[in-house]
Ligand binder design. Sequence first.
Ligand code: PGA
Length: 261
Amino acid sequence: MEVIIQPNHHQIASIAANIIRDAILMKPNLVLGLATGSTPIELYKSLVRMHREDGLDFSGVTTFNLDEYVAIPLEHPQSYHTFMAHYFFNHVNIPEESQHIPQNTSENHEEFCTTYEDKIKQIGGIDIQVLGIGTDGHIGFNEVGSSLASRTRIVTLSQSTIDANAPYFNDDKKAVPELAITMGIATIMEAKQCLLLANGNSKSVAIAKAIEGPITSMVPASILQMHPDTVILLDEAAASDLKEVDYYNRSYANKLLLQSQ
Ligand code: PGA
């Protein structure tokens, strides 16, 4: 795990965007795993800017989103389909057929979930998976207690996730869907690289548990300790409960030094 701490969320978004840009330049048919929520918005803005101003070409890129609510129409203002179109897909040149977001269109959910996994495998797996983290340590919609071996499936959202998402539904907790489709933890762990972004004080306890606590299904993000190539990008507020900040900062400074030689 590489932990990079920056003064604010603009800088973490910019580092994440640079990692993705460099990966696309190396591999134009990059497979990206994408996340929704407030955290990656700044990252999408940076990538859109790179497309508009520097001509970063997404035409060969394929994307797979982590999750989507069940039982809201895809065109609902709070669906993740709407979110992705608004913040990213409408502004870059990823072909529509290369954009994948789980959706509740199939009567047979199990078959849909298996097909989603198969599509990821057929294309050779996800190269970079972007992740946020819930205040309870969830990744995707893999809530506390999710099997660390879980695959894409339908899940029930925890009360803390429903509470956290209520502001997007006019603070009406009952309007937040109870069910979602999410990639599983094992699905996420198969990505070649994971980029987890977190900013703000509300994430500091979950981040400390995920990075410095024991690996446990009670903190789903803690499984990333077992991932061979995970970069955790934090602002100072999200890093404020970590014990080893000095070590992470020295490690990153040394990495930059080595790269500049
Ligand atoms: P947020 O959500 O980016 O809106 O904080 C992250 C998550 O719950 O995974």
